[in-house]
Design a protein around this ligand. Structure first.
Ligand SMILES: [Cu+2]
Length: 198
């Protein structure tokens, strides 16, 4: 299966993003039978020039041995428009990228939803680790989140208005001092509407 191979083999050690604390890391061996078939993809384009492709997001939902839905996230950045360094990455709440502001705030379904990018950060369901772009304008983020699902349910990114991925101009500081303008990465550099891969 093409997409499966892009995400690596089932025996590869994965980084797990747990709910509390946000970026605590642990390594697990994912058993072969835990791999699911829920796939989604976004073609990521520059916010300055929507004709310029700068990357690809791939999401794969699988179910852990204990029954928790996990989504493997792979973001590849290429092209020339993203500067070397760290860039914030989030799932935003609407499947629209023209203009990039149409993606609205951070994906954060209820009951206590607060999608304000620099408020309630990094506690949105769509918050993800930074991607690091190298001197050749290439970068790769590979992580796992249990904050979203591709399948139906209260955390599904395929809600009524869908979702998009945004890569920001700046790094995400995760707003350690609370709400502060730009603390979640500032302006938007690239965007991709997330679509199911059937
Ligand atoms: Cu964002």
């Amino acid at each position: 299966m093409t997409y499966y191979s892009r995400l690596g083999s089932a025996s590869i050690v994965l980084l797990i993003v747990t709910l509390q604390p946000l970026f605590a890391e642990e390594t697990v061996d994912v058993p072969e039978k835990a791999i699911g078939d829920k796939l989604a993809e976004a073609k990521v384009h520059s916010c300055e020039n929507s004709d310029e492709r700068v990357g690809t997001l791939t999401l794969l939902e699988r179910v852990s041995e204990e029954g928790i839905k996990l989504v493997d996230v792979e973001l590849e950045i290429f092209g020339e428009s993203l500067e070397p360094g760290k860039h914030a990455v989030h799932i935003h709440e609407t499947a629209a990228c023209t203009p990039c502001s149409a993606a609205k705030g951070h994906f954060d379904p209820g009951p206590n939803s607060n999608s304000s990018p620099d408020g309630n950060h990094p506690f949105h369901m769509g918050d993800l680790p930074n991607i690091e772009v190298d001197e050749n304008n290439r970068g790769r983020l590979w992580t796992t989140t249990s904050r979203i699902t591709l399948s139906d349910g209260p955390l599904s990114i395929f809600d009524e208005d869908g979702s998009a991925v945004i890569v920001h101009v700046g790094a995400d500081t995760y707003c350690p001092e609370g709400e502060k303008a730009g603390c979640a990465g500032g302006a938007r550099a690239a965007c991709g509407v997330i679509k199911r891969v059937e």
